[in-house]
Design a protein around this ligand. Structure first.
Ligand SMILES: [Zn+2]
Ligand SMILES: [Zn+2]
Length: 156
């Protein structure tokens, strides 16, 4: 069975990628297909993001990868994030805060950020249609249940 997996090199998040949480196996084979190597930096970033639902910022990813790999420049890690995003392996979410967050789940979904604890949550609103506009990401600002409970709880 001569099955070929031809994927466009410039596959963009959410469109070409199957969507869903990335696994390093899938990432490794996609990198191979596009002639890219699984570098230590790429591996460390993917290892950190695989199964990670916290939507970390670039700064948080850079700090963790530097802890693991010893000194690697922030610019190198940022470039790694950009190349993984271009491949559709991770998704960049703007508009949550002044800085971008990254998501290893490239499926179609939206995000809510808690104005108190700054945690980012996945939100499924189904397919969102706006006339004459393609919706990539809706950002909801509000208060998560935990922070709401903490805010309104009466302390002894
Ligand atoms: Zn909160
Ligand atoms: Zn998400």
């Amino acid at each position: 069975m001569g099955q070929t997996h031809e994927r466009p090199v410039q596959s963009h998040a959410a469109s070409d990628h199957d969507g869903g949480m990335i696994s390093r196996d899938v990432a490794a084979s996609l990198l191979r297909e596009t002639g890219l190597r699984m570098t230590a930096q790429r591996n460390a970033v993917l290892e950190l993001l695989e199964g990670n639902r916290s939507h970390p910022t670039a700064d948080a990813i850079i700090t963790k990868v530097q802890e693991r790999l010893g000194y690697v420049s922030a610019a190198t890690i940022y470039n790694t994030l950009e190349s993984l995003e271009e491949l559709g392996l991770i998704r960049r979410i703007d508009g949550l805060e002044a800085k971008a967050h990254f998501d290893p789940d490239t499926s179609y979904h939206h995000h809510a950020i808690c104005s108190s604890c700054k945690r980012v949550f996945d939100v499924d609103l189904g397919e969102t249609r706006v006339p004459n506009f393609t919706v990539d990401n809706i950002v909801i600002h509000g208060l998560c249940d935990e922070c709401k409970a903490a805010k309104y709880s009466t302390r002894p």
